[in-house]
Design a protein around this ligand. Structure first.
Ligand code: C5P
Length: 236
């Protein structure tokens, strides 16, 4: 598959066209950013590690019958994906209190939730991805009611697959962010599933293995990512 023009460049990824209008190439960059790009660093190997972990997790979801955009790994840092028409929202599922939920409600990080929490955010770098709810999505025409329901349903199904998968590797899936897009009339999980977009804590020690290491200077970032890959049995 020939890589065509650069279609989009984000903080952590580049997206290229291909000769197939229904396929794109996703390239995972080595750049790490946080706080809406204010903190930034090049981490040698991050692109390769995230490409592998993403492919592994997307394949697990696909095997469980969840529609995903990932098709196949095409190089160390690139994967072929379905060309989705992305919705401008982020879906976050939380199993444990952390991050913006802890700040917003004044709760202690690490507080267990009796049941998972689902939240929508509006994708906007300028506005800092503000939290929204389904009424905003419907009022602004960002998705239909059926699509809103489907995003919530699929997000929880992803949780049902990923929680035991990480637990088997001695990790707690604290929270994660998903993005969705339209493909041939249905909604599909897009974007990425990597330690950049989820929180993973060691089950026994609580050690943070994910991007919070970068955000909060908690130690070698890539060592955490490699540890996640190793524990999942991903060939890094
Ligand atoms: O910051 P917050 O606590 O709302 O993040 C919840 C989860 O969503 C975290 O795992 C974080 O890494 C992820 N997230 C993301 N991209 C964003 C916002 C949050 O991957 N723009």
């Amino acid at each position: 598959m020939e890589k065509g023009d650069l279609l989009y460049e984000g903080k952590g990824k580049r997206v290229y066209r291909t000769e197939d209008p229904e396929a794109l190439i996703l390239e995972f960059k080595d750049t790490a950013t946080a706080f809406d790009g204010k903190k930034r660093e090049e981490l040698d190997e991050k692109g390769r590690i995230n490409n592998r972990i993403n492919a592994f997790l997307m394949d697990e979801l696909a095997a469980a019958g969840i529609p995903v955009h990932h098709r196949r790994v095409v190089s160390d840092t690139e994967s072929e994906v379905k060309a989705l028409d992305m919705l401008p929202v982020e879906a976050v599922v939380r199993n444990v209190v952390a991050g913006s939920l802890a700040r917003r409600l004044g709760l202690e990080e690490g507080t267990e939730l009796d049941r998972p929490v689902f939240e929508f955010f509006y994708k906007s770098d300028e506005l800092g991805d503000p939290m929204i709810n389904q009424f905003h999505i419907l009022a602004f025409g960002w998705a239909s009611r059926e699509e809103v329901d489907r995003m919530i349903e699929l997000s929880f199904r992803v949780n049902d697959v990923l929680v035991p998968l990480f637990e088997a590797g001695g990790m707690r899936l604290v929270d994660y962010k998903l993005e969705f897009g339209r493909f041939r009339g249905g909604l599909v999980v897009g974007d990425e599933l990597t330690p950049d977009g989820c929180r993973l804590w060691d089950l026994s020690t609580g050690e943070k293995l994910d991007k919070d290491r970068f955000r909060r200077d908690l130690g070698d970032v890539l060592e955490g990512y490699r540890e996640i890959g190793r524990r999942l049995g991903v060939d890094l």
